[in-house]
Design a protein around this ligand. Structure first.
Ligand SMILES: [Cu+2]
Length: 230
C-alpha cells in the first residue's frame, strides 16, 4: 500500500514534469500507466539535405517551409513487444490526405488491421498505388472529393505513390503492436505505458536510417534515449 502510494506520487511528479517539457503528450490519464515508458529524440541532422522543391504554378512564390517539417519526421518503435503489454482492439481508420499534390502526412505509422483512407482533396485526379510486399494495391484514378480505402493487413513498410504525379510519395509503417511513434519535427518521440523490462528500440527515417538500441524501462519511470543517426 505504501509502495503503491509512493508510486502514485512519483507518477504525478513525472506527469507534471513531462507535461511541462512535452506539449504533444498523449495517452495520459490511463490509470497513470503513461508514467513509464521510453522517450527521447531521433536525431537525423546528419542526414539533413535540402528539400527538393518542384516548380509548381499553384505554389510558385509561396514559401516552402510549410511542408518541410513533415519531411523531417521519423518513426521510433519497439522491434518486438510482449503481447501481454497491450489490449487487442479495433485499430479503426486513419487518413492519408492528397493535398497540393502531396500525401499528408508524409509518414504514417499504424497498427495491423488499420484501414487507411485516401481522400482526394485536390482539384486534379490522383491514382494511389503501392508495389510494396507489405501491401500491394492500386486504387485507380479518382476525382476531387472522392476517397478510397486500404486495409493494412501485413507488417512492414508500405511505399505509397501516385501514378499520375511522380513526385508524390509517402510511407506507411505497419506494426503488430502499438509501441511506435512518429517523431515531431525536432525528433522527439514517446512510447508510453510500457511494462518494466528490456526492449530493443528502433529509430527509422525514410528507409535511409535504421538504428537500434537496447533500452531498460524501470518499474515506474521513463527511460530516456537519444538515437543519433551516424
Ligand atoms: Cu497524384
Amino acid at each position: 500500500m505504501v509502495l503503491r502510494t509512493l508510486a502514485a506520487i512519483l507518477g504525478v511528479v513525472l506527469i507534471a514534469d513531462t507535461a511541462a517539457s512535452l506539449p504533444a503528450l498523449r495517452n495520459l490519464g490511463e490509470g497513470g500507466q503513461a508514467a513509464s515508458g521510453i522517450r527521447g529524440r531521433l536525431d537525423i541532422r546528419k542526414l539533413d539535405k535540402p528539400i527538393e522543391r518542384r516548380p509548381d504554378v499553384a505554389t510558385a512564390g509561396a514559401a516552402g517551409p510549410r511542408d518541410v517539417p513533415d519531411l523531417r519526421r521519423g518513426v521510433v518503435y519497439l522491434e518486438t513487444a510482449p503481447r501481454s503489454a497491450f489490449d487487442e482492439r479495433d485499430p479503426g481508420h486513419v487518413v492519408m490526405d492528397q493535398r497540393n499534390e502531396r500525401f499528408v502526412p508524409h509518414v504514417l505509422a499504424v497498427m495491423i488491421g488499420t484501414v487507411v483512407d485516401f481522400p482526394n482533396s485536390d482539384l486534379t485526379y490522383h491514382n494511389v498505388f503501392s508495389l510494396s510486399r507489405a501491401k500491394r494495391f492500386d486504387l485507380g484514378r479518382y476525382a476531387a472529393g472522392k476517397s478510397k480505402s486500404v486495409r493494412m493487413d501485413r507488417t512492414g513498410v508500405v511505399r505509397v505513390f501516385c501514378d499520375i504525379h511522380s513526385h508524390m510519395n509517402a510511407f506507411i509503417l505497419v506494426f503488430n503492436h502499438p509501441f511506435f511513434d512518429v517523431t515531431d519535427v525536432e525528433g522527439h518521440f514517446e512510447l508510453p505505458s510500457l511494462p518494466a523490462g528490456t526492449y530493443t528500440v528502433v529509430g527509422w527515417y525514410e528507409g535511409e536510417a535504421r538504428i537500434t538500441r537496447s533500452v531498460v524501462v524501470p518499474a515506474n519511470g521513463w527511460a530516456e534515449v537519444d538515437l543519433v543517426v551516424p
